[in-house]
Design a protein around this ligand. Sequence first.
Ligand SMILES: NC(=O)c1ccc[n+]([C@@H]2O[C@H](COP(=O)([O-])OP(=O)(O)OC[C@H]3O[C@@H](n4cnc5c(N)ncnc54)[C@H](OP(=O)(O)O)[C@@H]3O)[C@@H](O)[C@H]2O)c1
Length: 330
Amino acid sequence: MTARAILLTGAAGVVGQALLAELTGRPVICLLRRGRLPAAGPEVVTGDISRPSFGLPPEVYESLTRRVGTVIHSAALTEWGRPAEDYEGVNIAGTRHVIDFARVAGASVHYISTAFVAALAGEAPVRLRPDNVTTNYVLSKRASELLLAESGVPHSVYRPTNLIGHSTTGWTSKPQIVQLVADWVGRGRAEVFPAHPGNLIDVVAQDLCAKAVAEAIRRDDVGRQFWLTYGKAAMTVDEAVELLIEHARSTGRRIRIPRIVHPADLDEAELNALPPSSRRFVQVLGDVSEVTAASGGILPSSMSELVEEYGLPEIGDKDAFRRSLLAAAN
Ligand SMILES: NC(=O)c1ccc[n+]([C@@H]2O[C@H](COP(=O)([O-])OP(=O)(O)OC[C@H]3O[C@@H](n4cnc5c(N)ncnc54)[C@H](OP(=O)(O)O)[C@@H]3O)[C@@H](O)[C@H]2O)c1
């Protein structure tokens, strides 16, 4: 008998593409909204998770429910700074529709959440401001986790921190915030770097995330929660900035070393004097720093569990970060 297929939502996204490279041995059906896969191969269904039955014709939906045994739910509105209703429509309603599908199909769900939900824990030492650029996004991801927890559908939750490129090649299908910031620092445009004291900078290679999900599915292991983060082994802010400077120098640039400033101490006049793109970076970095501070400065981590139990490779975050910087520069 052929193994039941894996339905992968968000297959054309950064995580989706990393997942496609790791999912072997089972048929994969990619649910795409309008994005395209870089290469032909996997079966594709065009649908919209924000609509009931993904907006699919009944016969297509019904056929999927018969064929699919596992859903990896990676599709989401990932852009920050949008109004709450935008995330409600795609992220929350989308997860509801995935749950409906899984119920009918008798499938398990592997949900790609975010490590940022740690900022909403009851004991958070710093409150996430409602106007933090990530707040509505993070709320929608936590709401999705709660929907799954209450659904009775067998599921696992994966909470990656900010993604960087592939651990050995540095490649990414779309530059992520970390690479964009690195580019900004590398061009000497960063005069200040906002960070709460004690925060660690936690980034993870996209293939490592994909390997964790693929291995859980291979083992048919559900009912788990994994923090795809480095936790207390993550880089200090000084180490991260040093790496950025070292990288910029290796490309022949002489750049200024940004001052590390508590976001609350950012000087309004100094901010206003920055070019708009730099001002935006400083604001976004300050908001991301607030997320980490609200998570206690150090994110929870399941990395050692994943290495010991799942045999995931031990990939150093600094080495992977260096490779992402190099790939972004080429
Ligand atoms: N990237 C990170 O640093 C990071 C970190 C932590 C957690 N995550 C989580 O990981 C997951 C994947 O993120 P990503 O970085 O791969 O994001 P991404 O590159 O923005 O991809 C998201 C995918 O979702 C699809 N999508 C959006 N709305 C849809 C809809 N209504 N119906 C069907 N598909 C829809 C998009 O399709 P189109 O291309 O057609 O628009 C896109 O392919 C998300 O749940 C995100 O919260 C990401």
